[in-house]
Write a protein that binds this ligand. Structure first.
Ligand SMILES: Cc1ncc(C[n+]2csc(CCOP(=O)(O)OP(=O)(O)O)c2C)c(N)n1
Ligand SMILES: [Mg+2]
Length: 334
C-alpha cells in the first residue's frame, strides 16, 4: 500500500510540473504536453490503496474525474495511462479520452468526467458477476459532491434490492469544485445514506490507509461471499486545487494548510517505522516508485500523437453513414 501511495503522490506532483509547461504566463488550457483539464488526487491516496488491496484483476472498479490514484492502485498499466493523459496514440484510449476517460479492460478499470456516472455501471458489473455465479465484486468510487445525484441513489437501491456484490466508496474531500460540503448536504456523514437502503455504512474520519484497509476488507469480503452491498465513506484531503489552474480564491488559507498537514502518506510511513520498517527500506520503496513514474512519463512523451484522421475511428457511426438518405419506404409516396 505504501508503494502505491508514494507512486500516486509522486505521479501527481510530476504531472503538475508537466502540465504547466507551455501554459504560462497567461493560462492556456490547450497548450503544452497535457492539453485539457487535469484533476489531481494528491491527498486521496489512502482510500485507493486501502480498498484496492482487496481486489483482483477480474473485479471491476469505476472511478471519478479524479482517477489516477485509484487507477494506480487497481493496477492499470502506468505507461499506457500516461500516454493517454499526454494524448498519444498508444494510450489506453488511443489518446482520445484524456485523463478523465481511462479504460483498461485488462484490469477492469473505468472512469468518467461525469460525476456519479460510475455507479450504475458498477451495479451492472455486480449483476453480471452474480448472474455468472462468480465471486467477482465491483467498487464504485464517487466524490462527496456527487452523493445527491440520482444515478448514485438509484444504484444504492438496485444494489440493495438485488443483493449485488458492490461496494460504494465516497471520497469526502470537503469540496465540490468551489462548493463546501455543508452547502450541498445536511448529512455530514455520507455513510448514513446506507441506512435508507438497509445496507451497512461506515465512515472513516481520517484517511488512515490501515483503517481503510480494515473497513474495505469487511465490505468486499461481504460482497464476495454473496451477502450484498455496502457503503464506505472516507475523509480524504484535497491538497491541490479542484483542477490545475484553479486559483482557489474561494478557499480559506487555513483550509488549504489543514488539508496539507493531514498527510496520509506520512502517516503510513510513521506507522511502518513504528512497526519496524527502517528508513532505508522506505527510501528504497520511494526510489522504486519515482523510477516507475519517470519511466512512464519518459515513455509517454516518446509516443506518437494520433493522426487527425483517427478521430473518425472507434465511433458509433462511421464517417459518411449519418449523411445517407434513409431508404425510401417500399410501396407508395407517403
Ligand atoms: C453530472 C455532472 N454535473 C456537473 C459536473 C461538473 N463537475 C465536475 S467535478 C464537480 C464536483 C465534484 O465534486 P466531488 O464529487 O466532491 O469530487 P471532487 O472533485 O471533490 O473529487 C462538478 C460539479 C459534472 N462533471 N457532471
Ligand atoms: Mg469532493
Amino acid at each position: 500500500m505504501y508503494e502505491e501511495m508514494v507512486t500516486a503522490r509522486h505521479y501527481e506532483e510530476r504531472l503538475q510540473e508537466e502540465y504547466l509547461e507551455g501554459k504560462q504566463p497567461a493560462f492556456d488550457i490547450s497548450a503544452g504536453p497535457i492539453p485539457g483539464e487535469l484533476h489531481l488526487a494528491a491527498g486521496h491516496e489512502a482510500v485507493a490503496a486501502g480498498v484496492c488491496a482487496h481486489l483482483r484483476d477480474d473485479d471491476v472498479v469505476t472511478a471519478t474525474h479524479r482517477p489516477h490514484h485509484v487507477a494506480i492502485a487497481k493496477g492499470v498499466d502506468l505507461k499506457r495511462m500516461t500516454a493517454e493523459i499526454f494524448g498519444r496514440r498508444t494510450g489506453l484510449c488511443k489518446g482520445k479520452g484524456g485523463h478523465m476517460h481511462l479504460f483498461d479492460p485488462e484490469v477492469n478499470f473505468a472512469c468518467s468526467g461525469i460525476i456519479a456516472e460510475g455507479s450504475p455501471p458498477a451495479v451492472g458489473a455486480a449483476l453480471a458477476a452474480k448472474k455468472r455465479n462468480t465471486d467477482g465484486v465491483a467498487v464504485s468510487f464517487i466524490g462527496e459532491g456527487a452523493i445527491d445525484q440520482g444515478g448514485f441513489l438509484e444504484s444504492l437501491n438496485l444494489a440493495a434490492v438485488h443483493d449485488l456484490p458492490v461496494v460504494f466508496v465516497i471520497e469526502d474531500n470537503d469540496w465540490a469544485i468551489s462548493m463546501p460540503k455543508e452547502r450541498v448536504t445536511d448529512v455530514a456523514d455520507g455513510s448514513q445514506r446506507a441506512a435508507g437502503f438497509d445496507m451497512p455504512g461506515v465512515r472513516i474520519d481520517y484517511d488512515d490507509a490501515v483503517a481503510v484497509h480494515e473497513a474495505a476488507e469487511e465490505a468486499i469480503m461481504r460482497a464476495r461471499a454473496g451477502n450484498g452491498p455496502s457503503l464506505l465513506e472516507v475523509q480524504v484531503h484535497r491538497r491541490m486545487g479542484h483542477f490545475m489552474g484553479d486559483a482557489e480564491a474561494y478557499r480559506p488559507e487555513e483550509d488549504v494548510e489543514r488539508h496539507q498537514r493531514l498527510d496520509s502518506v506520512e502517516r503510513l510511513a510513521d506507522d511502518l517505522r513504528s512497526t519496524g520498517a527502517s528508513d532505508d527500506e522506505l527510501e528504497e520503496i520511494e526510489e522504486r516508485a519515482r523510477e516507475r513514474v519517470e519511466e512512464a512519463i519518459a515513455w509517454a512523451k516518446e509516443q506518437p500523437e494520433p493522426d487527425p484522421e483517427e478521430a473518425y475511428e472507434d465511433v458509433f457511426v462511421e464517417r459518411g453513414e449519418r449523411h445517407q438518405e434513409p431508404a425510401a419506404p417500399a410501396g407508395g409516396e407517403d
